[in-house]
Design a binder for this molecule. Structure first.
Ligand code: FES
Length: 100
């Protein structure tokens, strides 16, 4: 069982749960965010948060629409996303961008 669970919230953030508090979050320069005592937090994926990389609830105000869902590819393993099912298959970004 994974010690860290990341849930893609419907039209919302990435919810990171680490019951044992064993996760490290660093910025682009490798500086660590202070997660002392936190066993769960949410990371913005709408781009609108004023507290990036954390979610501040702005996604609800701006009507963020996230289309990702985990879909098992035919003959694939759990966790394998079907082509076009989301970031694991298509890279960064939302929706069909980059797949034209
Ligand atoms: S996902 Fe919540 S503010 Fe961006």
């Amino acid at each position: 069982m994974a010690s860290v669970k990341i849930t893609v919230r419907r039209n919302g953030p990435y919810r990171v749960e680490t019951p044992e508090g064993e996760v490290e979050l660093v910025d682009a320069d490798g500086n660590r965010y202070d997660l002392t005592g936190k066993t769960a937090f949410s990371l913005c994926r709408c781009g609108g948060s004023t507290k990036k990389p954390f979610c501040d609830g702005t996604h609800s105000k701006i009507g963020f629409q996230g289309a990702e869902s985990a879909v098992r590819a035919a003959g694939g393993h759990p966790g394998d996303a079907a082509p076009g099912a989301g970031p694991a298959a298509g890279g960064a970004g939302e929706g069909p961008a980059g797949r034209s």
